[in-house]
Design a protein around this ligand. Structure first.
Ligand code: ZN
Length: 328
């Protein structure tokens, strides 16, 4: 496992003085996909008020309790036209399906939550409903992704906190890349990549700590701001114990609190589930903070990510791993 990075120094003339700035290009140890770390302070407006957006989106929100029964799309087969409930979580079909099986899990009664308001139970209950759904799927090869976009700057069209379950016969581009990279890794090393990664990172500067049955580390080649990885002990999402799901849920809430302490309010996460894939592929979880949502937020995905498939971030994984570790 190689942690390769290259350094480029750029010179700029400012106010009659030459200044140097460092750009780090990092290669993901598994896929070799590159990320670029440009060390500068982010010109973010985190003070922006969006009270108006919260109030106005609440008047039409399809996921608020007073509307969801009438507006939710239903799954006629596996869920027999019902909305599944557990705690505050409601599961129903995505009105805009992204794959053969495509669900929305509305995880909280509240229309808007600050990042520090997310609770372990919000995620735990959703994960239990995901497991129930997975247990009813037909036997076949399927790629299972659980993802979340929170707030507009993270790409979410509906503010109300919700998770998406996307189950497809066809892997996404990166899921496919991960799968064959992981297959090659196992062939060469005799163990799965994520187990090896945790062993390698455990004593290192990117290791954060543990929650029940889960290790947390900052990604060497970040795909976004404050990219953290959660590596569960158990391989398949469908068969994870309550302890495992609880450990994942707790880690997520700890990271969200950390994001809030850094002035962020929006995020994306995803699970690449190891279900129905050989033993070379273990379920792995990724989370990043997005440009804070405010009245005049800017989009942090531009030509670099869209066409070159290379992320640009501003912070060093070793620095923020140390910060999060100190409050873990
Ligand atoms: Zn709502």
């Amino acid at each position: 496992m190689e942690f390769r990075k290259e350094l480029e120094i750029s010179k700029i003339l400012i106010g009659g003085k030459v200044e140097e700035s460092a750009v780090e290009i990092r290669y993901d140890p598994l896929t070799l996909q590159t990320s670029r770390i440009v060390k500068k302070s982010l010109p973010m407006d985190v003070s922006g008020d969006f009270e108006e957006e919260i109030t106005s989106s609440k008047t039409w929100c399809p996921f608020c309790n007073e509307r969801v029964e009438n507006l939710a799309a239903r799954d006629p087969e596996i869920m027999k036209g019902d909305i599944w409930k557990r705690g505050e979580c409601l599961a129903f079909s995505n009105i805009m399906p992204y794959s053969k099986y495509s669900l929305v899990l509305r995880i909280a009664d509240e229309h808007y939550l600050r990042l520090s308001d997310f609770k372990r139970s919000h995620f735990f209950d959703a994960f239990k409903l995901v497991q129930e759904y997975l247990s009813k799927l037909p036997e076949q090869k399927l790629y299972i992704t659980i993802g979340m976009n929170y707030l507009k700057s993270a790409g979410s069209s509906v503010m109300h906190p919700h998770i998406q379950l996307v189950i497809s016969e066809n892997a996404t581009d990166f899921f496919a890349r991960l799968e064959w990279s992981a297959f090659e890794f196992m062939e060469q090393n005799g163990k799965d990549y994520w187990t090896a990664l945790v062993e390698k990172e455990k004593e290192g500067e990117r290791y954060i700590g543990r929650t029940q049955k889960t290790d947390w580390i900052s990604a060497f080649a970040p795909k976004g701001f404050y990219h953290f990885l959660g590596v569960p002990e158990e391989k398949d999402f469908a068969f994870m114990s309550d302890e495992q799901l609880s450990g994942l849920s707790e880690g997520i809430t700890k990271i969200l609190k950390f994001y809030e302490s850094k002035g962020f309010n929006a995020f994306n996460f995803t699970f690449f589930c190891g279900d129905r894939i050989g033993k070379h592929f273990k379920t792995n979880f990724h989370i990043v903070a997005r440009t804070p949502f405010s009245k005049y937020y800017w989009c942090d995905v531009f030509f670099s990510k869209l066409f070159h498939d290379e992320s640009i971030t501003f912070f060093l994984p070793e620095d923020y791993a140390r910060e999060l570790r100190s409050v873990w």
